[in-house]
Write a protein that binds this ligand. Structure first.
Ligand code: URP
Ligand code: ZN
Ligand code: ZN
Length: 456
């Protein structure tokens, strides 16, 4: 079946142009002005709308057991929430068991996603321990289409030490892969948490105090120092502080290749949320924690200046009532993370484009094109051009709405953005040529597939 989308303004990082788009099967087959319509072709009028490439969330935990409890979303529900609002591809954090192999983890993640996901998908394979077998598995992952890896400098159940980080970097470098790291100083955080608990400080307001800005900046500095020794270009996931961004700028000025991801929560929320009464602050517990307004401003400036490359969500949700409550008497036990995969496009468009901070071109770059380029999905994804997948978002820049837990599709009993007024929304969403959502309502599910990535 062939479709022609007419009258919309196609946006990429290079600019915007009014162009008709012909979709044939799963691909974009023609772009041009005044495309002719053949008998039986469907015509979609996109006058007044932007046409974005399908948005990509480069950092989700759609289905994760954190050692205590499972995320409230799984691939089925989380991916429906994603595509409904314009995110057609997710790169999820595949996290192995201790003592398990990367291959076992890949099999587990494929079982969770295949036949269930409504968005296309792939994974960053987490390396949570280091040994000879894991070292041998990294090239095997690349051969299986998983070209990017994730490591942690915090969380005792996930982190490796600096030597192990360095060894992993050398192997990732040898196969041309990409590494992303959670940068916080785990040792000092452990000490601070123990001190606070000993002093009877058990509430969520202590979460940001035990993970101060400097502990992110120090870890970013150490990570980049090690990456320089390994001569590896690296990504920093969910960067949250002014200080860490300064470290990045310095490294870049010295010639290092560094990529920075931030998330809507670090741009739009701040640490005052942790002081909410009735344990409500627990809803905002994520790591790194929400920061100060000065950090938000520095991150927005980084977005404007091009120092921040991508905005993904770190979607990792737990219900407030029966899951966040696990940490009622001990803030270190509050399951960390929050929902976000659904609301990212509307949040960033509203606070970024509609507010006049960034252009639609930059929006596309941050939420799709750069993610595709960084993680070996480009040009299959991340751009509207002939032969690319027909992942298309027809975006109505004038539509308004309000974010609310009552209406969201994410399976979570709250949203950290409750009451946020939005401007701009996905009118229609196509995944590889199939319309999957219209006006926020899902119309076709479980069509997502594993996108085999190749290092170019
Ligand atoms: O608190 C968070 N962000 N949980 C998800 C895991 C991570 O650190 O990315
Ligand atoms: Zn993290
Ligand atoms: Zn994460």
């Amino acid at each position: 079946m062939s479709i022609v989308i007419k009258g919309g303004t196609v946006v990429s990082s290079h600019g915007r142009r009014q162009l008709d788009i012909r979709i044939n099967g799963e691909k974009i087959t023609e772009l041009g002005n005044g495309l002719s319509i053949a008998d039986g072709e469907e015509v979609v009028d996109a006058t007044g709308c932007f046409i974005f490439p399908g948005l990509i969330d480069g950092h989700t935990h759609l289905e994760l057991n954190n050692g205590m409890t499972d995320t409230s979303d799984d691939f089925t529900t989380g991916s429906i929430a994603a595509v409904a609002k314009g995110t057609t591809t997710v790169i999820d954090m595949a996290t192995p068991e201790h003592g398990g192999t990367l291959d076992e983890c890949l099999i587990t993640w494929n079982k969770m996603a295949e036949g269930k996901s409504s968005a296309d998908f792939n994974y960053h394979m987490s390396v949570i321990e280091w040994n000879e077998n894991i070292a041998k598995e990294i090239p095997k992952m690349v051969k299986k289409g998983v070209t990017t890896f994730k490591m942690y400098m915090a969380y005792d159940n996930l982190r490796t030490n600096d030597a192990e980080l360095y060894e992993a970097m050398k192997i990732i470098k040898s196969v041309g892969g990409m590494l992303g790291v959670h940068c916080e100083n785990g040792d000092v955080i452990n000490q601070l948490q123990a001190e606070y608990l000993k002093a009877g400080k058990t509430g969520p307001e202590n979460h940001p105090l035990t993970r101060p800005n400097q502990l992110e900046a120090e870890a970013v500095n150490r990570y980049l120092t090690i990456a320089k020794q390994a001569n590896l270009a690296v990504n920093i996931v969910h960067l949250s502080t002014k200080e860490a961004l300064e470290v990045v700028k310095h490294a870049r000025a010295e010639g290092q290749e560094v990529y920075v991801e931030t998330c809507p929560q670090y741009l739009l929320l701040d640490d005052e949320a942790y002081g909410l009464p009735n344990f409500e602050g627990a809803k905002y517990v994520c790591s790194p924690p929400l920061r100060k307004k000065a950090d938000q401003e520095a991150l927005w400036q980084g977005i404007i200046d091009g120092e921040v490359n991508t905005i993904s969500t770190d979607h990792c949700d737990f219900n407030f009532k029966d899951q966040k409550i696990i940490g009622k008497d001990d803030f270190t036990k509050i399951p960390g993370g929050m929902p976000g995969v659904e609301s990212r496009p509307e949040l960033v468009y509203t606070a970024g484009v509609a507010a006049g901070k960034i252009t639609p071109e930059r929006f596309v770059e941050l939420l799709s094109e750069n993610i595709a380029k960084q993680f070996d999905l480009y040009p299959q994804k991340g751009i509207i051009q002939v032969d690319s997948d027909a992942d298309i978002v027809i975006w109505d820049p004038e539509a308004t709405g309000v974010i609310s837990a009552k209406t969201q599709l994410q399976h979570c009993d709250y949203t950290p953005f409750e009451g946020f007024q939005t401007k701009g929304k996905a009118r229609s969403v196509y995944l590889r040529g199939n319309k999957v959502a219209e006006n926020g309502e899902i119309i076709s599910t479980k069509q997502g597939k594993f996108i085999f990535r190749k290092i170019t």
